[in-house]
Design a protein around this ligand. Structure first.
Ligand SMILES: [Zn+2]
Length: 505
């Protein structure tokens, strides 16, 4: 069961990861959610700490909101259990009142007069804070209720039977008054220790997880998910040529036949060494990509002279290590087309360097095409916006020159991205004591992360009075209008405030 559990963890680790605040549109309407908790590890990644689903149709998102947003423990047993553990850890006698279920009218009549409401509110707040700060989750789209329940049960049982999935010493669940939670290491009391997944069922589940969704609401999450899947596949394609390359060169380096120890094992991190020992086979093929890249990097001096490589090649290796790490820890939002294109380019350069097969190189090149197209599309949208802005200014100055002539009212012109960003920032800053974040501005405009990343964020950066590298010029009028006061927080600069008056916002 432990091996199937390991496969389950590996499978879920490749899915887009969500955390609060999550993009509702990216979450399928129906499915199972799998939760991970900060500090809890298993099978070389994050440990599954809870699996759940919903019964009513199209209720997945509402179920997640009941956990993360609605401060009512009687609507979410998960919240109730987190609260129980928090209270018991603090030896807080309010635990007794927390147990009261206030759902029915009868219960309300009985308990409400006795309830310390202020305390109840504080505990709900603490639960919300704990949930938002510590839990991330993945979702598996599944339309039929009976299938959801069946797979949920199987996944729960598989994890509960696993000998290798255990809570850390500091796990909050140790303080739970529920024995089943403490024993299983899961925030669950039902569905434990039943029939787990068979190997055949695991394969079936893999197919369900990667099935193409046709629901437009699922599109964004699926896109990030597809992107991640494709890129991970290509990263894995690097393994074999890398192994062949190292196998050819490393044995030539040491004179004492100890190349495995001297050039490979001793260069690994402690964690990587532990993994090698667990696998028991001292061979390059037992290493994962991170370890192989590290071996390549650590032996660079020898390898580069054997292969006659220059310093630029070294940069590709370093860059590839960063790329690998970034994708290994990618979240649900995915990356912008520019980033993906750049990463694919690094991958291609490294593949060429280690003399990977032509078919693999071609595979990487064809993966680059759709991203290149999207970059070009967003650049041309940007330049069209710029053109509009220039012609608008021209018209404006003509208008003011002939302001005494009565003109019929023309239809409003579409706003540039910079204009939209500015207006949104003004609105948000009025709500928040003059301060705003990029994400608040994005939400105010009403666009998703993807759209923001591909067309807006670089312009936002260009609107700062300390515009960083890579920012786009928002046009004269919108330059220097934002001032960064601390990491991630901005306010309007003097120029910005002047523009508010000018635009009459
Ligand atoms: Zn396990």
């Amino acid at each position: 069961m432990s091996e199937i559990c390991q496969q389950l963890h590996a499978l879920f680790s490749r899915l887009p990861r969500y955390r609060f605040p999550f993009n509702e549109l990216a979450i399928p309407r129906n499915g199972i959610y799998v939760l991970f908790e900060k500090g809890e590890c298993a099978h070389g990644g994050d440990r599954i700490v809870r699996v759940g689903t919903h019964t009513g149709d199209n209720q997945l998102c509402s179920r997640l909101k009941e956990h993360f947003m609605q401060e009512n423990k009687d609507r979410s047993i998960f919240r109730k259990n987190i609260g129980r553990a928090i209270l018991r850890r603090a030896k807080d006698s309010f635990l007794k009142q927390w147990e009261w279920d206030l759902t029915t009218r009868k219960a309300k009549e009985k308990y409400l007069p006795l309830l310390d409401r202020e305390k109840q509110r504080q505990v709900e707040k603490a639960v919300t804070r704990y949930l938002r700060e510590n839990f991330t989750f993945v979702v598996i789209r599944m339309e039929k209720a009976h299938e959801r329940l069946q797979w949920e049960r199987k996944i729960i049982s598989t994890v509960s039977w696993c000998q290798e999935c255990g809570p850390s010493l500091h796990w909050l669940g140790w303080h739970s008054p529920k024995k089943k939670i403490r024993e299983s290491g899961l925030w669950l009391v039902n569905g434990l220790y039943k029939d787990g997944l068979s190997w055949a069922e695991l394969e079936e589940l893999k197919k369900i997880v990667w099935v193409k969704a046709d629901d437009p609401n699922f599109k964004e999450g699926e896109e990030a998910c597809d992107m991640h899947y494709e890129f991970t596949k290509l990263l894995n394609g690097l393994l074999q040529p890398l192994i062949s390359c190292l196998e050819e060169i490393l044995p030539q380096l040491s004179n004492n036949d100890n190349w495995w120890k001297d050039n490979v094992f001793d260069n690994l991190t402690v964690k990587q060494q532990r993994k090698v020992k667990q696998k028991g086979t001292p061979s390059l093929s037992s290493l994962d990509l991170a370890a192989l890249l590290r071996v390549l990097d650590k032996n660079w001096h020898h390898i580069s002279s054997k292969m006659d490589l220059d310093l630029e090649a070294r940069n590709y290796v370093k860059e590839m290590q960063t790329v690998r790490n970034r994708w290994a820890h990618a979240d649900a939002k995915g990356f912008s087309p520019d980033d993906v294109y750049r990463d694919l380019d690094t991958l291609e350069r490294l593949a060429l360097l280690i003399k990977a097969k032509e078919t693999f190189i071609r595979e990487i090149r064809s993966a680059k095409i759709p991203y290149l197209k999207r970059i070009l599309a967003s650049l041309s949208a940007y330049s069209a916006n710029e053109d509009k802005e220039t012609s608008r200014k021209k018209t404006e100055s003509q208008e003011s020159a002939s302001s005494d002539i009565h003109k019929p009212e023309s239809p409003p012109k579409p706003k540039t991205h910079a204009h939209q960003i500015f207006e949104a920032a003004v609105i948000v800053s009025r709500r928040g004591n003059g301060i705003f974040t990029r994400d608040q501005v994005r939400q105010q405009i009403g666009i998703n992360h993807h759209k923001w990343k591909s067309g807006y964020t670089a312009i936002f950066q260009g609107m700062r009075d300390d515009a960083p590298n890579g920012a786009l010029d928002p046009g004269l009028r919108f330059r220097n209008v934002f001032h960064r006061i601390q990491r991630g927080k901005y306010q309007l600069s003097k120029d910005g405030k002047r523009l508010v008056d000018e635009l009459g916002i």
